[in-house]
Design a binder for this molecule. Structure first.
Ligand SMILES: C[S@@+](CC[C@H](N)C(=O)[O-])C[C@H]1O[C@@H](n2cnc3c(N)ncnc32)[C@H](O)[C@@H]1O
Length: 297
């Protein structure tokens, strides 16, 4: 496989460490005020959260990856920052528990951070061939990527690849998965990569781009990413004060379509056109999209 190419976070593990996506634009979109209260539902490596806190605001940071939140807890953000290990699909309960209602802004910067892709050791990136195909970020007892590949029906696997990643070679990939799993269960990233490489070679397409899509689709399935987002968006609107803003950064078309339509179809929510600063845009992959909504007064 080539070293560079896929236009995804996974494809850029090496180059883009620790830089929060669209940082300046996000701060402007949230209209951060020193006396304001904000929720960062995807605290991650604390890039956005740290900058919001630097302005003197009170912040609740949530992340469902225990490693991320534990690192943040030792990060010395001060007593105006509350950090919670949890899934943003439970944002309503977590926010209530910590007194974050009628907030001024909520940020959801979806997907994964570069550190997770590089270091988690659970098969999130197609670059790490020896890692086990787990991909579970939150529920240690939930289904793993290997279980999905080894046990789901051909129809379900094809639907997953098409729905989550619009994978054009879904049927061929799944056919090979079924042949392979009859011999021995798939266990590692390398096992799946062999299939992806052989299908891509046969069709004369970029194997890295195919791998990026297949890994994204599996990760979304294992972590129920669309379900989490759907729950969080509804509850986030409830948690905003009138005039408060919801800022969402998406990384693929399924998420972005959902967020855009949600904004359009939710009474009392107004989409705000917010131009991503050119400096911010230049640093990030084209797939990143920013959506900003304001709760009507
Ligand atoms: C792109 S990173 C966020 C980076 C962060 N904005 C920063 O500046 O460092 C996305 C983070 O969201 C977390 N995440 C994804 N889905 C989540 C969910 N449903 N609930 C809580 N955290 C989630 C991931 O574990 C990851 O740490």
């Amino acid at each position: 496989m080539k070293k560079n190419g896929a236009n995804t976070k996974a494809g850029q593990v090496k180059n883009k460490m620790h830089t929060p996506v669209f940082l300046q634009t996000v701060l402007e979109a949230l209209a951060v005020r020193p006396d304001g209260k904000y929720i960062d539902g995807t605290a991650g490596e604390g890039g956005h959260l740290g900058k919001i806190a630097e302005q003197g605001a009170t912040v609740l940071g949530i992340d469902y990856d225990r490693d991320q939140i534990e690192r943040l807890i030792t990060g010395g953000f001060g007593n105006k920052v509350t950090l919670v290990h949890g899934n943003f699909r439970d944002i309503a309960r977590i926010a209530q528990t910590h007194g974050f209602t009628a907030v001024d802004g909520i940020l959801l910067d979806l997907g994964l951070s570069y550190r997770q892709l590089r270091d988690k050791g659970i098969g999130l990136s197609y670059r790490n061939a020896d890692e086990p195909l787990l991909m579970r970020l939150y529920d240690d007892n939930g289904t793993t990527a290997a279980q999905v590949l080894n046990h789901e029906s051909a129809g379900d696997l094809i639907r997953m690849l098409v729905k989550n990643a619009e994978e054009p070679y879904a049927a061929e990939i799944v056919e090979e998965v079924l042949i392979r799993r009859r011999q021995a269960p798939l266990k590692t990233v390398g096992d799946l990569l062999e299939i992806i490489t052989s299908v891509s070679r046969r069709n004369r397409v970029n194997a890295e781009a195919t791998a990026a899509r297949v890994f994204q689709a599996l990760r979304m399935r294992v972590n129920e990413e669309m379900e989490n987002l759907e729950c969080a968006m509804h509850d986030a609107v409830e948690l905003l004060r009138p005039g408060g803003r919801l800022v969402v950064i998406t990384f693929h078309s399924l998420e972005d379509r959902y967020v855009k339509l949600f904004g359009k179809n939710t009474p009392g929510l107004k989409a705000i056109r917010f131009q991503v600063r050119s400096k911010d845009r230049a640093r990030f992959e084209r797939s990143a999209q920013l959506r900003v909504f304001e709760k009507q007064k």
